[in-house]
Design a protein around this ligand. Structure first.
Ligand code: GDP
Length: 434
């Protein structure tokens, strides 16, 4: 898909269904003419004006707040407009019909943001940030996505690309020098800068995947012997979060997983008791997938019964937390374990806090903006590898080529190089109207 930008597009930007207000967005070269046709004139730029809208056949459509948003300082970079209509189905349809009659066409999903990208209003990581902001379920996800829309990653990547471009220029100058005239300090400086850049990239790659983890959500697995109360614990943890629990719809895994927000992070709790007991009742494929998730768990919640001897290998560690359940029965809580009772709720708040702290530690840290997608990581890894190759390249020409390839890899992250397929998949996932 590569929609032509000479077309003027429109879409409902607000949610579908009856509402107080519906926002219809318009973008493209005919936006001004469309506004003039609908409201009898183009209102002053970037100011809300109340106008009566009339269709091309002279029929009154609505009284609406109208915004004229001339390019290039608009979201898409093109001339655009917003119509804040009364949010009824018939109103929206009548105005959309009028726009279509006047020559505009309905937008594809993500087409507004795609145009913003194509017009250089944002780079690809910022556009991905917009997608993540719309999908954000929790507070920490929202913060991370917002930061990315504001160019947090862009800034870093642009800084690296600028430095690489300088390096490349110096390296190319070195190629042009005959050997005897080589200024020795230039060669040293180039090597030192390559090392510095590679080290910065390596540091960013060694971030424990926290950005990706936050974007995708964490997986905590509840394990332990039968009947220690694993399912009861999952239910207790999930029940307190009814308002934000979003059950994963339409799969047999419903019974095995609960999605909760802990420390501002979406966490899927996988109940391994459910896995085993499910037996033939659920499809093998569902079990297989849930087991695979369990293997890739970010944290294992190891459950025992208070007073019963824990299994030898159980130790609290980085990827593990020990819980002694059924404290209401009076058993002792072993050292290093959190005593709880899923039945009475005792200790559950402390458990919730401990899990929230782990979730936050796995996904958030002070410091520069994290990578948030596998494709960022793959491209940055390549950029770093190319730098290391450049460092040991025997010929100046080969080193220049490595530097060029490193720069290209960075360009793929921001969308300045060979990204047509990424564009299609990214923007197709957007809502229409964004
Ligand atoms: P699972 O097999 O580990 O998932 O264990 P279940 O959650 O199915 O619980 C096993 C049994 O222990 C059930 O009869 C629960 O009602 C009971 N149970 C779970 N948590 C507690 C608790 O905190 N105190 C008491 N007294 N019983 C519990």
């Amino acid at each position: 898909m590569k929609p032509a930008t000479h077309e003027t597009i429109f879409a409902l930007a607000s949610g579908a269904g009856r509402a107080a207000v519906a926002v219809l967005r318009i973008s493209g070269p005919e936006s001004g003419a469309l506004l003039a046709a609908l409201c009898g004139g183009v209102p002053p730029p970037r100011r809300a004006s109340l106008r009566r809208l009339t269709g091309p056949d002279g029929v009154a459509l609505d009284r609406a707040l109208v915004l004229w948003l001339p390019g290039p300082g608009s979201y898409t970079g093109e001339d655009g407009a917003e119509l804040h209509l009364h949010g009824g189905r018939a109103v929206i349809e009548a105005v959309a019909d009028a726009l279509a009659m006047l020559g505009a066409r309905p937008a594809e999903p993500g087409e507004f943001t795609r145009r913003a990208f194509l017009n250089g209003r944002m780079d690809l990581t910022e556009a991905e940030g917009v997608a993540d902001l719309i999908d954000a379920e929790t507070e920490a996800q929202r913060r991370q996505a917002l930061r990315q829309t504001e160019g947090a990653l862009t800034g870093t990547l642009r800084g690296w690309a600028d430095r690489l471009r300088l390096l490349l220029a110096e390296q190319e100058a070195l190629i042009d020098f005959p050997d005897e005239d080589l200024p020795p300090e230039t060669e040293d400086r180039v090597r030192a800068e390559i090392d510095a850049l590679a080290a910065e990239m390596a540091a960013r790659l060694a971030d424990g995947r926290r950005g990706e983890r936050l974007r995708e959500g964490l997986v905590f697995v509840v394990s332990g012997a039968p009947n220690v109360g694993k399912s009861s614990l999952v239910n207790a943890l999930a029940a307190r979060e009814v308002a934000i629990v979003s059950p994963i719809p339409g799969t047999t895994r419903d019974a095995l997983e609960a999605r909760v927000a802990l420390g501002g992070v979406p966490v899927t709790l996988v109940d391994t008791a459910g896995l085993r007991e499910a037996g033939d009742a659920i499809e093998a494929e569902g079990v297989r997938r849930a087991l695979a998730r369990a293997e890739a768990a970010d944290l294992v919640i190891e459950v025992t019964v208070a007073g019963e001897a824990p299994v030898a290998e159980q130790r609290e560690g980085e990827g593990r937390i020990l819980v002694a359940n059924k404290t209401d029965l009076g058993g002792a809580v072993p050292a290093g374990a959190l005593g709880v009772s899923a039945a009475t709720g005792e200790g559950m708040e402390a458990l919730r806090e401990a899990l929230a702290a782990r979730a936050a530690a796995l996904t958030q840290a002070e410091g520069p903006a994290p990578l948030t997608r596998t494709r960022h990581r793959a491209a940055l890894t390549e950029a770093e590898e190319r730098l290391r190759a450049a460092r040991i390249a025997e010929w100046p020409e080969l080193r220049a080529e490595d530097l060029r390839l490193s720069l290209r890899a960075l360009g793929r992250i921001t969308g300045h190089v060979g990204v047509e397929e990424i564009l299609d998949t990214l923007f197709a996932r957007f809502c229409i109207g964004k």
